[in-house]
Design a protein around this ligand. Structure first.
Ligand code: NI
Length: 137
């Protein structure tokens, strides 16, 4: 446990999400929800650090989206063309009639990749997105 003083705060979550979270807590052998939340927050802050600095990194942008959403595919294409120097390859998979999964392999300055990822994830119709990068040695 940290030497820092612990502060309690309340978290509101819908029942279904909480049930899934409790399964995760169990599977990863956490003593309690608080421990699991602390780890998740630390991981998020670590990712944020990677994203904010000007390090040269490589990684992927994972996107799940509903391709029937009006204008989404065009907007997605247009944004990707703006970052042609950073995008190495894009793989698009038609998961089912409505859902698409896109994996974009990227390299470049961390803050540029974060900007690209933020723009894509913010598009209406994208229901999950994640940028994962690693610094290059
Ligand atoms: Ni598709």
């Amino acid at each position: 446990m940290d030497n820092n003083k612990l502060t309690r705060f309340g978290v509101s979550m819908d029942e279904k999400l909480l049930q899934k979270f409790d399964v995760l807590v169990e599977q990863r052998s956490y003593q309690n929800r608080s421990e699991a939340i602390r780890d998740l927050v630390r991981e998020a802050i670590l990712q944020q650090t990677y994203s904010d600095n000007s390090e040269y990194v490589a990684g992927t942008i994972l996107l799940f989206y509903a391709h029937h959403q009006n204008g989404l595919v065009n907007e997605m294409m247009s944004i990707q063309h703006d970052y042609h120097d950073q995008i190495l390859t894009t793989t698009h998979l038609h998961i089912d009639h409505n859902n698409c999964l896109e994996v974009i392999v990227v390299k470049g300055l961390a803050h540029q990749l974060k900007q690209l990822s933020d723009q894509l994830i913010a598009l209406k119709g994208v229901f999950y997105g994640k940028l994962t990068v690693s610094p290059l040695s």
